[in-house]
Write a protein that binds this ligand. Sequence first.
Ligand code: DX5
Ligand code: ZN
Length: 214
Amino acid sequence: MMAPSILSADFARLADEAAAVAGADWLHVDVMDAHFVPNLTIGLPVVKSLRKATDIPLDCHLMIDDPDRWATGYAEAGAHNVTVHVEAAHDPVALAKDLRAAGAKAGLSLKPGTPLEPYVDVLKHYDTLLVMSVEPGFGGQEFMDEVLDKVRTARRLVDTGHLRLVVEIDGGINEDTIARAAEAGVDCFVAGSAVYDAADPGAALERLRQQAAR
Ligand code: DX5
Ligand code: ZN
């Protein structure tokens, strides 16, 4: 699965930028609050408008403090998947239940330095695991290969039936790195700059998809 990130798109032309990647499985929407991460992007009003502007399921990645308070709003706004950070959530199990009750899939994200093992039981309540392969906050950073061990562990837990999750990776995915991530067991690839910095984002997306399938 491919999830282009609109963080690298032209924010004044979001409907067109979504249309440019019409073959995407999910459209990845990075919500940042300038507190959990040192950057400020978009929030609920934009997600509500985007929901009307595209049929691509929205994959909202909330890099915000206190997601327990804000995340269900994104589910109610029609996001397909709402991902919160385990480092920010106060009660991630209750939050997953709230998100599902509001009609969304629930995602849990781990920063590069956050281990997986302490959260295996929590992840039983989630539909998606988002492994960050850069420090969250900005597009265009370099892929951190060291997170692939975490992907392999997650893959094993899914393949042995201990968890039922989409394993998603986010950060530094491009034509040089996507094959390594695929080999480690990633199901869903987020790519921002590798898609939207290309002259033809739709073609770049399909090239990445092919590299992942090799
Ligand atoms: C970074 C965001 C990513 C970002 C990835 O904190 O979570 O989704 O858009 O951008 P690239 O693909 O350029 O690393
Ligand atoms: Zn993201």
